[in-house]
Write a protein that binds this ligand. Structure first.
Ligand SMILES: Nc1ncnc2c1ncn2[C@@H]1O[C@H](COP(=O)(O)OP(=O)(O)O)[C@@H](O)[C@H]1O
Ligand code: SF4
Ligand SMILES: [Mg+2]
Length: 385
């Protein structure tokens, strides 16, 4: 039977715009579950909150107030369980309700650090208190349990340090053997696992000398060095040509099988996600608007999918289009401003289906995620029971 490794619930992440004196609602309500050895895809247009969701799961949000709501249940590796429980208890002496079966809430204590005021709308967070609680917990989890391949390949590698030294440093965090030769051998093995077939040569290179595709492979190798239970790959194929895109996807899949790992793959392109993901979460304006298995999301009937999912799927060029050099089609309309609170459905200004009696509801009330079939949910009034 498959077991959950991660369950993110109702994530909310805000920033404050000093100039406009308004909160930016980067993520409003995101939930996703990942099972062991499963590939989950997170897809949506640029700016919808995918990277912020991933960084929240890594405990790496830079900006205030940052994570202001939600829970993030995670199953640590057996050998890291005690240390995690200790870290959670140190930060939350009085309460210890941070457990759901074998999974532990990595956001434990968040409610103690955040206060919402209604009029005027304000969120007050104690950043130091949060850092003390979440920082300790995430130190235990980052790397060995949850690892991430960052979106911006160039910035993620240190330009002044050779590929070999950066890899050896990553390997050192896990291996008990501190012998230099053994560490270098493991680093070379990692490069081979991402299909870099001249590892000795590449180890001595500086990142500037690598192509985008090679940098991406090195970053994946670094993320794999700690043998994480969950790997989050944020736009891992950006900037690559079609052949290299497929190679990166293939090698992520291979390593996942080999390493007994779960994978969350993030992309603005549903065409990429659908080649590898078992389950897909579709995001729009900081919200999950649909989730289901790949078949339901990608090839489901038009009237059994969210109008936004339908637009995303039809934005993917066909094989013939690709041969003619066509890229993703742009979806008509403008993405909503995340400084404004939307009462109704945020997709309304771009939606072709909000007609007749339903339109008033679309304008005034935000739909919840309605269950269409078991495991398939859609945030749209057209699917209300
Ligand atoms: N540090 C920050 N301060 C203010 N706004 C931010 C910050 N980081 C991200 N945002 C905003 O949050 C929203 C979601 O960003 P992001 O998660 O990077 O989108 P995606 O990865 O889906 O393209 C965007 O509107 C972005 O401008
Ligand atoms: S709730 Fe209304 S506006 Fe939103 S996607 Fe459904 S039909 Fe369109
Ligand atoms: Mg992003």
């Amino acid at each position: 039977m498959s077991r959950q490794i991660a369950a993110l619930e109702h994530l909310k992440v805000y920033f404050y715009d000093q100039g406009d004196r308004r909160f930016i609602r980067a993520v409003e309500d995101v939930g996703l579950t990942v099972e062991q050895k499963q590939v989950v895809g997170l897809v949506g247009e640029s700016g919808c909150g995918k990277t912020i969701t991933a960084l929240s799961m890594m405990g790496l949000i830079d900006g205030e107030p940052g994570v202001v709501g939600g829970r993030f249940f995670f199953r640590p590796k057996e050998e890291d369980r005690r240390a995690l429980i200790f870290a959670i208890m140190r930060g939350n002496r009085k309460k210890y309700d941070c457990r759901k079966g074998e999974l532990f809430d990595l956001f434990c204590g968040l409610d103690d650090c955040v206060r919402f005021d209604a009029d005027p709308f304000t969120v007050i967070k104690d950043p130091e208190k949060w850092l003390r609680k979440n920082g300790r917990i995430m130190e235990q989890m980052r790397g060995r349990n949850i690892s991430m391949v960052f979106q911006n390949t160039r910035e993620a590698l240190n330009p002044f340090v050779t590929v070999g030294s950066q890899l050896v440093r990553a390997v050192q965090c896990l291996e008990n053997d501190k012998n230099r030769a053994a560490l270098a051998a493991r680093a070379e093995e990692l490069l081979l696992s991402v299909r870099i077939f001249n590892p000795g040569y590449v180890m001595n290179m500086y990142p500037d000398a690598l192509s985008i595709g090679m940098s991406q492979r090195v970053l994946i190798a670094i993320a794999l060095a700690s043998r994480p239970g969950l790997l989050i790959a944020d736009e891992p194929t950006t900037g690559l040509d079609t052949t290299n895109k497929h190679r990166i996807i293939d090698l992520l899949g291979e390593n996942m099988e080999r390493g007994n790992m779960s994978l969350v793959i993030i992309s603005h392109n549903i065409g990429i996600v659908r080649t590898i993901a078992d389950r897909i979460y579709v995001m729009y304006a900081g919200l999950i608007v649909e989730h289901g298995n790949k078949k339901e999301i990608v090839t489901g009937r038009k009237n059994a999918r969210h109008p936004y999912t339908e637009a995303l799927v039809s934005s993917v060029p066909t094989d013939a289009d690709i041969k003619r050099g066509k890229k993703l089609k742009v979806i008509e309309g403008v993405v909503p401003d995340n400084k404004m609170e939307t009462e109704g459905c945020p997709f309304l200004p771009r939606c072709r289906y909000a007609k007749g009696g339903i339109r008033r509801k679309c304008r005034t009330r935000r739909p919840e995620l309605f269950e269409v079939t078991s495991g398939h949910r859609i945030r749209c009034w057209l699917f209300a029971g």
